[in-house]
Ligand binder design. Structure first.
Ligand code: ADP
Ligand code: MG
Length: 699
């Protein structure tokens, strides 16, 4: 198996140096192995061709049509410019629409040629159209009709003549090559037999050139198993093993700071979950090995106070601590909340961000070095090389998904013995997954909200109901409450989005002349942003019109209304984060999702998840089902490379369990993988994971 990685792809019949270069650049395919494991991402059943005439209703799954383009026309200007291809299959016509790559599409596809068009038709102006369809030249002599693989293609690949059809041909050549014919199965023989898995050659053959649906499914199952087996083996052997051995500072006592604050200054009783989590953290930091702990807690569950107590334990043992947040606003808020508490017990805290003045910065550096500064709160600025501590014992990272792994590594390097690390996140990962996703990162969960919280009433409203929504905002403002109005802003659409935001701001100002309206967005200068934010936080402004810069962490308990404009454009976890900005006081709060009328089934489902539940874990699970874990914030930088090709961490739970059990058995018998079979497993694993950093040391 391993030797396939040594065969340069340019030697594959049909490839050559030019195509090899493109494959390497576009898909990172450099060897026979890479090519063999470049599986189709979808299969189409060539035997089913749909007819335009038969399409009915507004919610149709993807279809495959065979026919010709009658004409191509461009319409619209600027960002709205689009190419319309009128497509006829003899039973009717429909439109294919492209918003990007207009020129190259026009050069690639021609009228009169017979094509297979694949995509999801939507009803618009009483005709069907498919936006960005997949288009392939129809090949009449393709052998028996059946399942055919569709391969990943980039624009460059298409421009250079690559198509699914070419990939099928190349994979066929590959499967016929001597090297692949004599492929060695990477899975242990015992496992193959015991689990009744399809042997490797048969499996890869069926994945590229399926002989039947049943064998394709068996091949997919086997490949999922293979991926998950090596993933688990890697986690169990390399990551778990290594971090367990790392020594850590021993925080043996709970001393004055902790006890003094706990007994004399706590404003509210801790929830049971907060107490339990603090205990878990304490035990971990006293154990003699480095803590690597993920603290999960829904928005508003009270992670800040847990972070503070954790820091106090470090201080009680004569170590320094730092808290790092992803944005300046959030770091400042942490600083404000925490310095107020710290003051009461005489703990020295400072805030360090990109906009900290030079003089102050120098003071901070000096205080860190001589140990007089005990707790530092800040943004990425904490990672700069000039920031050196006397003895950093604990690093707390808030909302970790905003930080890359490399950044965490830099923090880690600030001391010869690694500090304990507590990562806090409001994006919960279901328990079943966290073990695999985070390797051995231990997990603590705050699964209880502070008492008296009322679930945020969440409602779906449509564009034509704006007046009603404004009336509702007015009622809440009259009660002395405040409201957020959030607009989407994505880079690709930045200009239009900013305009929508500014228009919204003008309308709102007009609608509510007796109130003050502030506005923040990511394109503002930080000082202006802070000023506008501060207006709202201090209730000098009653309405805040904003983009998602407020998504993370902002805490204004008097705000009771969250309006999300174009809610259909937000992802689930973002919607949940935004909703978490309200419902922080004792009063009933509301979240209104404003959406356009025509929604796809998936989008409607997403919005309904929001109106049906306030539980962040439920939201996260739905989110993962909809998007897959690789796309989830929080999992991307979580440590394990998410380049799973066929397996899915959400839906393949049962296979994960089997693979994990088998990997454990293998390691029980041969912990160092030094038997002949073990050495092969080890080599294969190294090949798979050599490009990943040793995450265990980092988080
Ligand atoms: P998050 O987990 O989203 O970071 P915070 O730490 O900001 O949540 O806490 C949200 C709010 O709840 C804050 O105003 C905080 O003071 C308050 N809070 C935290 N714990 C408790 C508690 N045990 N009882 C009452 N209020 C609490
Ligand atoms: Mg928080």
């Amino acid at each position: 198996m391993n030797k396939l990685t040594r065969y340069d792809i340019k030697y594959l019949s049909g490839v050559g140096p030019k195509r090899a270069e493109t494959l390497a650049k576009e898909l990172n395919i450099k060897s026979f192995y890479d090519m063999l494991y470049n599986f189709p991402f979808r299969y189409i059943d060539r035997s089913t061709i749909h007819h335009i005439r038969d399409l009915t209703g507004s919610d149709i799954p993807s279809v495959q049509l065979k026919g010709r383009f009658v004409s191509f026309n461009t319409q619209g200007e600027g960002a709205r410019r689009r190419l319309i291809g009128l497509f006829s299959d003899g039973t009717g016509t429909m439109e294919c629409v492209w918003f990007n790559r207009v020129k190259s599409i026009q050069q690639t596809y021609h009228t009169g040629v017979e094509y297979i068009v694949f995509g999801k038709p939507t009803l618009y102006n009483r005709t069907y159209n498919i936006v960005h369809p997949e288009v392939d030249v129809y090949q009449p002599n393709q052998g028996p009709a059946g399942m055919v693989g569709v391969y990943n293609l980039t624009e460059k690949l298409r421009n250079r003549g690559f198509s699914s059809r070419l990939f099928q041909k190349l994979e066929k050549n590959l499967l016929e090559s001597e090297a692949v014919r004599s492929i060695h199965d990477p899975l242990p023989l015992g496992v193959l037999h015991q689990r009744g898995l399809m042997p490797i050659y048969e499996a890869v053959h069926n994945l590229h050139l399926p002989t039947s649906i049943a064998s394709l499914q068996r091949a997919q199952y086997r490949m999922k198993y293979e991926e998950l087996f090596f993933l688990e083996l890697h986690i169990l052997k390399n990551i778990k093993g290594l971090t367990k051995k790392l020594p850590g500072h021993v925080f043996a006592r709970v001393g004055d700071y902790f006890n003094n604050f706990y007994s004399n200054h706590l404003q509210f009783p801790l929830t049971g979950a907060q107490k339990r989590v603090i205990k878990e953290i304490r035990a971990d930091m006293g154990s003699g090995r480095q803590m690597n702990r993920l603290l999960q807690g829904d928005v508003g569950s009270g992670k800040t106070i847990v972070a503070f107590f954790t820091a106090l334990i470090a201080l009680d043992n004569n170590y320094q601590a730092c808290i790092m947040a992803p944005t300046e606003i959030l770091a400042t808020q942490h600083y404000e909340a925490i310095s107020e508490m710290a003051e009461k017990i005489g703990v020295k805290v400072a805030l360090l961000t990109g906009s900290t003045r030079k003089r102050q910065r120098e003071e901070i550096h000096a205080g860190l070095l001589d140990g007089s500064l005990q707790l530092l709160i800040g943004t990425h600025a904490l990672l700069e090389d000039v920031v050196q501590y006397k003895n950093l014992g604990l690093a707390i990272i808030d909302e970790q998904h905003r930080f890359g792994v490399a950044q965490r590594a830099r923090l880690w390097k600030k001391n010869s013995t690694p500090p304990h690390v507590l990562v806090m996140t409001a994006t919960p990962i279901p328990r079943t997954l966290s073990m695999t996703v985070y390797g051995d990162l231990d997990v603590s969960i705050i699964d209880e909200l502070p008492p008296g919280r009322k679930p945020v009433g969440t409602y779906l409203r449509f564009e034509n109901q704006h007046e009603e929504t404004y009336r509702f905002i007015g009622q809440e403002l009259a009660k002395g409450r405040q409201a957020y109005i959030v607009y989407p802003l994505i880079e690709e659409n930045e200009k239009l989005d900013l305009r929508a935001l500014e228009e919204g701001y003008e309308i709102v100002k007009e609608k509510f002349p007796s109130y003050t309206v502030s506005m923040v967005h990511g394109k503002m200068r930080p000082t202006e942003k802070d000023y506008q934010m501060q207006l709202f936080a201090s209730n000098q402004a009653q309405i805040l019109v904003a983009t998602t810069v407020i998504e993370v962490g902002v805490n204004v308990p008097n705000a009771s209304v969250m309006i999300i404009e174009n809610a259909e454009r937000f992802g689930l976890s973002q919607l949940h984060q935004l909703r978490g900005r309200v419902g922080r006081g004792a009063d009933q709060s509301f979240c209104i999702l404003m959406s356009k009328h025509n929604l796809t089934k998936e989008t409607r489902h997403r919005l309904e998840v929001m109106t049906n539940t306030n539980d962040g874990f439920v939201v996260a699970e739905e989110d993962m089902k909809l998007r897959g874990p690789g796309d989830m914030e929080g999992t991307q930088q979580s440590g394990i490379a998410f380049n799973l090709k066929v397996a899915n961490l959400v839906t393949d739970g049962p296979i994960i369990e089997q693979a994990r059990a088998d990997a454990i058995k293998v390691l029980d018998n041969d912990p160092t993988l030094s038997s002949p079979e073990g050495r092969q497993l080890d080599a294969h694993m190294k090949m798979l994971f050599s490009h990943t950093i040793n995450w265990g040391l980092i988080s």
